[in-house]
Design a protein around this ligand. Sequence first.
Ligand SMILES: Cc1cc2nc3c(=O)[nH]c(=O)nc-3n(C[C@H](O)[C@H](O)[C@H](O)COP(=O)(O)OP(=O)(O)OC[C@H]3O[C@@H](n4cnc5c(N)ncnc54)[C@H](O)[C@@H]3O)c2cc1C
Length: 309
Amino acid sequence: MSLMRRVLLAGSTNTWLRERATRAPFVRRSVRRFMPGEGIDDAIRAAEGLRPQGITTILTALGENLTTSGEAESVADHYVEVFETVSSSGLDAQISVKPTQLGLDLDPALCERHLDRLLACADTHGSFLWIDMESSPYVDRTLALYRRARARSNRVGLALQAYLFRTANDLESLLPLGPAIRIVKGAYLEPPEVAYPRKRDVDENFYRLCLRLMSGDAQNAGALLHIATHDQALIRRLRDHAVAHQVPRSGFEFAMLYGIAVAEQKRLVADGLPVRVLVSYGEGWFPWYMRRLAERPANVWFVLKNAFG
Ligand SMILES: Cc1cc2nc3c(=O)[nH]c(=O)nc-3n(C[C@H](O)[C@H](O)[C@H](O)COP(=O)(O)OP(=O)(O)OC[C@H]3O[C@@H](n4cnc5c(N)ncnc54)[C@H](O)[C@@H]3O)c2cc1C
């Protein structure tokens, strides 16, 4: 892992930095590259803008590691409203949530209750709820949340991170459930005891995990794969594999972040492949934004250009 990536990821959890950076106009201008705005209306407008291009969406309100049960309740209330708004707009927009947004740090039972409420909404509106994966200390609890949720509904999916050594085993244990799984590389600062330190090992594991989800027995069990990456080499390899092995179109989608690899999103849609874009919004964007900078240190130059340009 590069020094720059390490520094940016360490900065993502620094309160002093967050308080200053989120007030700086040049930082706020730079965030707009990845986030259409802080309000749900901004996110819905962005989703409506993507719809004519044949791109569907996932909406997520930023914020994590909440400290009071009232905050977790507000997040759940907010997503209930989003399910209703999306349903009346006719958009194909799913929702993605972080367990710590729903109070996992405070009380797992409270988090489960909020998750149940959101699952009931996803069922009522014929929508879909994704559970994000956060840093490694949360993995066991998040897997338990997912298993429980999956037993209640098939309108729920889970993100798994290719940088973790454990993920291949976790995936294997979930396959009998016919799960919806979003494979990502992983966005947090993890020690070498739990995660592949070298990018090429992460990339290869990402490829293997996706192949496993596209395999005949996983697909027959009802698995859905979200290939959540902007990595063109991986996208090409996986799409070639899907074509060569006649993986059904209903078995996988490409998923990317708003504002990133836009040309690739359009290319895939033009080739008839399903693409879903995750649109983030909300005031709690600082740690999320620092993770986006860490993914591509060239983005730091973009921030500096906004500072001096
Ligand atoms: C839909 C979706 C959901 C996600 N959910 C989670 C989650 O639940 N948990 C989690 O840990 N992580 C999540 N992530 C983030 C993920 O773990 C990676 O950090 C992120 O996707 C960047 O890795 P990459 O796969 O694009 O590959 P990389 O190898 O990092 O990047 C490949 C190429 O993509 C482009 N690119 C990548 N990132 C950026 C960027 N920020 N700005 C500009 N260009 C960029 C660059 O051209 C780069 O060379 C999610 C990502 C997506 C797309």
